[in-house]
Design a protein around this ligand. Structure first.
Ligand code: SAM
Length: 281
């Protein structure tokens, strides 16, 4: 069924992405689903009422947010047997640093249809602005706000060979950039801000220069930080190979020592084997 052509929707759960600033980003399909849903589960009814006003409709809303989700979920799941239930968040894609995954899980377990209406997402929009590699990225969401927990969380992702995407509040941006510089090294990064709004910008630089820039003047509005992957590890030298071989030869015969070191340091096995024989001789 094409929901744009229909006045009524089949029962089930409809996950509807909404704009992250520019209301023009609401897709026609999203508008059609919101117009015809029997009920819309919302984070904040004032925010969603503004969006509905923009498309000229009124629909019943029920609150569904971090503080009431457990209590609200069974009722919403029961409704999906006969009603079209739409889920929206205040901005962007529901479930992305927003409530919803348990609703999807339980809706499917109850045998209801689950349909997604994709659209704006600040994380993906930030990646398109940052000018950093996009072939592999890790969405980190919000780091913890306490310094020790934040440093631990940064240490957990330090070795990951992917661009990192983080949500952060404007006032914690400088502290977050400092923690990233300390835990990851001074990588290239971008602070993207107010995406799709009047003052949209992407400021690029190393983590430490960005931290210094925002230390006394926090960015205004909403922020996504994007951090480049770690640089390639420097190639192991012949001296590194000799040192590793000398150690391996205390445990292993020459051929196995050469094989182990070749694998670990990415050096040529035949050259290492010849070297190991020379060292033994
Ligand atoms: N579900 C949303 C999405 O799809 O992007 C994210 C919700 S999360 C609670 C809110 C965070 O998203 C903000 O703190 C900010 O980091 C980021 N964000 C949302 N809108 C933004 C915008 N227009 N510009 C930059 N960041 C934004």
């Amino acid at each position: 069924m094409n929901p744009l052509d229909s006045k009524s929707l089949g029962p089930g759960l409809y996950i509807v992405a909404t704009p992250i600033g520019n209301l023009g980003d609401l897709s026609p399909r999203a508008a059609a689903i919101l117009s015809h849903a029997d009920i819309i589960a919302v984070e904040d009814s004032r925010v969603t009422a503004g969006l509905l006003r923009h498309i000229g409709v009124k629909r019943p809303m029920l609150p569904y947010h971090d503080h009431n989700a457990e209590g609200m979920r069974p009722g919403l799941i029961a409704r999906m047997a006969t009603q079209a239930v739409a889920l929206v968040s205040d901005a962007g894609t529901p479930l992305i640093s927003d409530p919803g995954y348990k609703l999807v899980r339980d809706a499917r377990a109850a045998g209801h249809a689950v349909v997604t209406i994709p659209g704006p997402c600040a994380a993906v929009a930030a990646l398109t602005l940052a000018g950093l590699p996009t072939d592999r990225f890790l969405f980190v969401g919000f780091l913890p706000s306490k310094a020790k927990a934040r440093a631990d969380a940064v240490a957990q992702v330090a070795g990951i060979r992917a661009t990192l995407v983080l949500y952060e509040s404007a006032r914690r941006t400088a502290a977050c950039l400092c923690a990233l510089a300390e835990g990851l090294g001074d990588r290239e990064a971008a602070v993207t801000r107010e995406i799709t709004k009047t003052f949209e910008e992407a400021v690029t630089g190393t983590l430490s220069t960005l931290a210094a820039r925002y230390a006394d003047a926090p960015p205004r509005g909403e922020v996504v930080i994007v951090v480049a992957p770690p640089g390639e590890a420097p190639a192991a030298s012949a001296e590194d190979g000799d040192a590793a071989l000398a150690e391996a030869l205390t445990r292993l015969p020459a051929a196995r020592a050469a094989g182990e070191v070749a694998k670990r340091l990415g050096l040529d096995r035949k050259t290492l084997y010849a070297r190991a024989l020379a060292m033994k001789g």
